[in-house]
Design a protein around this ligand. Structure first.
Ligand SMILES: *[C@@H]1O[C@H](CO)[C@@H](O)[C@H](O)[C@H]1NC(C)=O
Ligand SMILES: *[C@@H]1O[C@H](CO)[C@@H](O)[C@H](O)[C@H]1NC(C)=O
Length: 459
């Protein structure tokens, strides 16, 4: 998804007027990630992160051999971004901090003053215009130095991340009240350590992804506890992570159980340890991986267990449920010897299934986004059923039509309070222009209108 400009699609939900108003107080925002927009990859002391290194060494992996060296040049052009956020009428704007910019040595012994100045400029610039800054601490750009030490497969990364989080809370917490520790553990661990697609391209399915999953959860939990113990009383903000949700649906009665187990692999892995009273991995996932590991002749399960102390440390480390939603799938049993296909999530080989879109779902932009607004509504209902009546905050979503799914879920009684569109789906950046000219798309005008009217009913 990096460096591609997402397009927003319109499928208007038809209902009687008045049915399409968002509740009072519902907030609209837009989201970006540091590597996607900042550029300045080695400016003012910034150290390389895994994407810098990976793409410099493997330029062919990115479309048109582009990279994030300059990206949208937001490191220099941040004033324009603040102005665009203001013009759109956003209530909040979600950015991420580049760990290797703030801490060039990766560790908290050295803070880069130029980075502090840059993030202060953006935060203060937004606040002056009445746009609330949300900050993601980790949007997939690990310092390369830490990758050389094993990255997210090394359990010590949880402490390194916690130290970095403390620095950020201390520097910006007086003004930033909503923090997202980690963006999408599912995609981060699967695409990086299982499929080997994302930087640094480690292909270790059924091992690397599970090590990453546990360490990410521990990292999040330690950061949340630091905020809770050292900063909450002073700054009164809130902290959570954001999960990438894929709605998996059964087409037949026989696959209903497989669909439910799939949801536990895809959503439960990163929600059950944090959002349930029981804590730890979802029991179905734990049992299946343990059985498979035994049958494969391993002496211990490939899924690293949580100790009782770790379960306790992780449980309840949230202030809301953050979610990103893009797409849905149906599940079916894989045929004998069938390759897992284009969507090889860890759960697939473990339970012998394939995930596919329905033919009737329109395809959008990239190969794996298929549009099914009902999926948004159903996943929100499933979350409420499994994790309770929490506050649900949508932190990324690619497609306008899913907004109607959000609205329907709200009417179903799910407490969704925020909606976030990816900003550069709204604004086109000319990467051939040295000045990186930004041009709002039709979708930006539409979104600005939705925000202003607080409704999908624009007449
Ligand atoms: C690919 O790169 C060429 C040369 O820099 C540029 O002219 C073209 O617009 C790029 N295509 C896309 C889709 O970015
Ligand atoms: C939704 O959550 C917010 C934040 O926790 C809370 O203030 C609000 O009362 C909740 N709304 C409903 C309808 O439960």
């Amino acid at each position: 998804m990096y460096l591609s400009v997402l397009t927003v699609f319109f499928t208007l939900y038809s209902a009687a007027s008045g049915q399409r108003d968002f509740p009072p107080g519902f907030k609209f925002g837009a989201a970006t990630a540091a590597y996607q927009i900042e550029g300045g990859w080695d400016a003012d002391g910034k150290a390389p992160n895994i994407w810098d290194d990976f793409i410099h060494k493997n330029p062919h992996v990115i479309h048109n051999r582009s990279n994030g060296d300059i990206a949208c040049d937001s490191y220099n052009l941040w004033r324009q971004d603040v102005q665009i956020a203001t013009d759109l009428g956003l209530h909040f704007y979600r950015i991420s901090i580049a760990w290797s910019r703030l801490l060039p040595n990766s560790f908290s012994n050295q803070i880069n003053e130029a980075a502090v100045k840059y993030y202060n400029n953006v935060i203060d610039g937004l606040l002056e215009k009445g746009v609330e800054p949300f900050i993601t601490l980790y949007h997939w750009d690990l310092p390369q130095k830490l990758q050389d030490l094993g990255g997210w497969t090394n359990p010590l990364v949880a402490d390194w991340f916690a130290d970095y989080a403390r620095v950020a809370f201390a520097l910006f917490g007086d003004r930033v009240k909503t923090w997202i520790t980690i963006n999408e553990p599912l995609i981060m661990c699967e695409a990086t350590y299982s499929m080997g697609l994302h930087a640094p391209g480690v292909s270790s399915p059924g091992f690397g992804d599970y090590l990453c999953s546990k360490n990410v959860i521990m990292a999040h939990a330690k950061a949340w506890r630091i905020y809770d113990e050292e900063f909450r009383s002073k700054y009164n903000g809130r902290v959570s992570l954001t999960n990438h949700l894929i709605w998996v649906e059964a087409q037949t009665k026989e696959t209903e159980e497989l669909a439910e187990i799939s949801r536990q692999f895809i959503i439960g892995m990163f929600a059950h340890p944090i959002f349930t009273a029981e804590g730890g991995w979802p029991s179905a996932v734990e049992r299946i991986v343990a059985d498979n590991s035994k049958n494969e002749g391993y002496t211990r399960t490939r899924l690293p267990p949580f100790t009782e102390e770790e379960k306790e440390l992780v449980r309840g480390t949230y202030d809301f449920f953050g979610l990103n939603f893009y797409t849905s799938r149906i599940v079916r049993t894989a045929n004998d010897d069938e390759k897992i296909g284009s969507f090889p999530l860890s759960g697939c080989p473990e339970i012998g299934v394939v995930y596919e879109p329905l033919e009737s779902w329109p395809k959008a932009v990239v190969d794996w986004f298929y549009i099914y607004p009902e999926g948004m509504r159903k996943v929100l209902g499933w979350l409420k059923e499994n994790y309770g009546d929490l506050e649900y905050v949508m932190l990324e979503n690619g497609f306008t039509n899913a907004r109607s799914g959000v609205l329907l879920a709200i009417k179903d009684g799910v407490n969704v309070t925020h909606y976030t569109a990816p900003k550069f789906g709204l604004v086109e950046v000319d990467f051939n222009d040295p000045h990186r000219k930004r041009t709002p798309r039709a979708s930006a005008r539409y979104y600005a209108n939705v925000i202003q009217k607080h409704s999908l009913d624009l007449h």
